[in-house]
Design a protein around this ligand. Structure first.
Ligand code: FE2
Length: 249
């Protein structure tokens, strides 16, 4: 199944589900996403109980952009906590156990009010961080520049990679408090940069995350203290554009 089919089927499954036993939630049309499938091993395909994937490299693999201590704490404690808290919140919601993480985020407003915040914050945190680790290039595995379809879309929508990075940096540095800067693929098949608060996933609004820059202080404070702009520059130089390109489909 291609990504469009997956997402349309996923959205349809959410839209068409019999919500017996759940709090009645007004239906809303889920935006169609013109995009391919999530990668087969993507956390977005997980269902309850959710699990924390290991880092795809050693904790020091992205030095000096991200120091090993920050990487370890960030993954082993912060990301792990999102997974634990999501599982705890959904333990008694057996009707939701059939849905993937991607579906839970895309269909957020359909779920019982009592668990929407937990899905938004902890489900978002799980999805966002799982992508984030893979977007950081360990050493020589770094892809120097976008290629293929993603490169074409960047040229069309931003004119250049430099302009895209500048827009990402503006969003990342300007995000008030905790949040993320995102490169997303919109429902109309365009690339756009978003600054989103907390752990809000672009999927909440039907947009596909392509690149995410975590600007919570837990992501950078040990090495960079208040110099968020320096951290953002370092991260934008370590993006694995092959992984980013795979998100576009
Ligand atoms: Fe984080």
């Amino acid at each position: 199944m291609d990504r469009r089919g997956f997402l349309q089927q996923g959205a349809g499954a959410v839209a068409g589900v019999a919500l017996s036993g759940l709090v009645a939630v007004p239906a809303r049309a889920l935006p169609a996403i013109e995009s391919g499938p999530f990668a087969p091993d993507a956390v977005l395909n997980q269902t309850y109980p959710f699990t924390l994937p290991p880092l795809p490299y050693a904790a020091n693999a992205v030095e000096p952009a991200v120091d090993a201590q920050t990487m370890g704490i960030h993954h082993d404690r912060h990301h792990a906590a999102y997974v634990t808290n999501l599982n705890n919140a959904l333990a008694s919601q057996s009707a939701l156990h059939q849905y993937t993480l991607g579906e839970l985020l895309m269909g957020l407003r359909r779920w019982p009010a009592a668990v929407q915040t937990a899905i938004r914050n902890n489900g978002g945190g799980h999805a966002n961080h799982a992508l984030f680790w893979n977007l950081l290039a360990p050493g020589a595995a770094s892809a120097a520049a976008p290629t293929g379809r993603l490169a074409e879309m960047i040229t069309r929508d931003f004119e250049s990679v430099a302009a895209l990075k500048a827009a990402m940096k503006t969003a990342a540095v300007g995000q008030f408090g905790s949040g993320w800067a995102w490169l997303v693929k919109t429902a109309t098949n365009r690339l756009a940069v978003r600054g989103l608060p907390n752990q809000d996933s672009p999927l909440l609004e039907g947009e596909l995350p392509i690149v995410g820059i975590d600007v919570w202080e837990h992501a950078y404070y040990l090495r960079y203290q208040n110099r968020r702009a320096d951290y953002v520059d370092a991260l934008l130089a370590r993006i694995n554009w092959d992984v980013a390109g795979a998100q576009v489909g």
